[in-house]
Design a binder for this molecule. Sequence first.
Ligand code: XLS
Ligand code: CA
Ligand code: CA
Length: 439
Amino acid sequence: MTEYFKGVPEIKYEGRKSKNPFSFKYYNPEEVIGDKTMKDHLKFTMSYWHTIAANGADMFGAGTYEKAWDNETDPMVIAKAKMEAAFEFMDKLGIEYFAFHDRDIAPEGKDLKETNAILDEVVAYCKELMQSHNKKLLWGTANAFNNPRYVHGASTSCNADVFAYAAAQVKKAIEVTKELGGENYVFWGGREGYETLLNTDLKLEQDNFARFLRMAVDYAEKIGFKGQFLIEPKPQEPTKHQYDYDVATVLAFLRGYGLEKHFKMNIEANHATLAGHTFQHEVAMARINGALGSLDINQGDPNLGWDTDQFPTNIYDAALLMYEVLKNGGIGKGGLNFDAKVRRASFKSEDLFLGYIAGMDTLAQGLRIAHRMLQEGEFEDNIAERYKSYTEGIGKDIVDGKADFESLESYALEHSHVKNESGRQELLEAKLNQYIFNE
Ligand code: XLS
Ligand code: CA
Ligand code: CA
């Protein structure tokens, strides 16, 4: 078979002193951390769109990335070359999972029927390669935002024909995900949102969005798709007001329509920061609501207000992310998907590997730090101590539902000189640094 990434070797763990750019310095897949190997904790996933399909084009210029199939013109030859390259890429990095949109792997035909037939052909090839390379599909999804037909949205379009087309597309994408043994299926809003209320029926759009999700749930049940459905929040981009703003908004939406037991969250770091949250906040919010499904790992640029999808290299964020994941008891069917792209100027195909290595090393070290933080228990003990007043006396009555405004008033009248303790944030931040520096 053709070698697509010539000159890039299999990436091995060489330890933190290594100067070899094509080696892991911190990610040691077989090392056991707590109860599992690093590989099992992290379930690293290749995103097909950024890694294989994207060419580095931006609003100001054409694609720059070197691709081995640049001189091919037949769309099916290109689709198959991309698929082979994807498996070589995963093999070389020791990544077991991938994720894709239907349109990342196969081009569209002249109509829906032909598009589906093309997709089937590529999926059959994908299945073959998955077996021979021992790879798994973390999740599949439908790209219902790129084609001009989705100009007003998909399930929230003002045009019922578009709703129907999107339903047919998502139906097919769920079937394909099932066919490939996908462990999850993702709904990212795409253009589900609006620009101005001067032309938007907010209530109808939200109701239709819920109707669409209900149909997806029913269909998955009908065909016996056992994967987990995930919603991926994002506050804006491409629309000004995306309906799936953040984890809290999505939870309220799902509960409002009685859909909450069918969906968990796929949380992306850069989307969290666009919503004015930290990644840790979003993950913790999902965790405490039993809704942590999977993670799109990347990072934004603190100075830019858009979705830059950079490789995650911030150790502080990685440690706090893994802290939440470990507190959740792992990530179940989910994984850590690199929804990240190299910069347009990093156009050599080896740059892709270097991006993944940087991200994998960062998350691996984040895992070590988080594991140590939980083992030593200093932060947990501090929190337990801080909320101790709810484990006894009047606090326990509040928690046990035994207090009301009248009983609390009598208590307050007797104890009106309250005494507070310091929150000690600076001390805790210094301690966190100690964990990071010493690992
Ligand atoms: C775009 C999203 C998208 C989803 C999958 O901002 O991150 O790539 O992850 O549709
Ligand atoms: Ca994403
Ligand atoms: Ca993104």
